[in-house]
Design a protein around this ligand. Sequence first.
Ligand SMILES: [Zn+2]
Length: 160
Amino acid sequence: MRRDELVRADHASRKKHSSGEIERALKRKLPKLVTDDDLRGILHCHTDASDGTETLETMAKARRDRGFEYFGVADHSKSAHYAGGLSVEQIEHPEADRLNKKSGKDFRILKGIESDILADGSLDYPEDVLATFDFVVASIHGRFKMDRVAQTDRLLRGDR
Ligand SMILES: [Zn+2]
């Protein structure tokens, strides 16, 4: 296929799968898009407690200085040993609580974890530990070769 044919095929495909945004963009009638200024915080961040490079305090301060209202830490859980995953004892709630106490009402560290979905669909911390977090990111980091049905089942059980 020649380049102009490829471009035409691409446009046709995009048009087929769009819900009118291509036409609205051509008429400059798209709604206002989200910009950096609209962001109030971020989630799913890794500190040096697992495989990040900065401390919770440094990262939270950088987000606060940027004008964000919250910073959601979500270090790796214990199964991600290759990424410095945290044992239950290493979970940084005391540090987050200390920093939250210091920072007042206009900024908050949200206490999260990136918990591995195990092969049977369970998460790798017990329920009572998971309940101590403000949010949980459930992730699959291994056993990628399970068959399609078992893998989907695993994912659905992990995402409850
Ligand atoms: Zn992650």
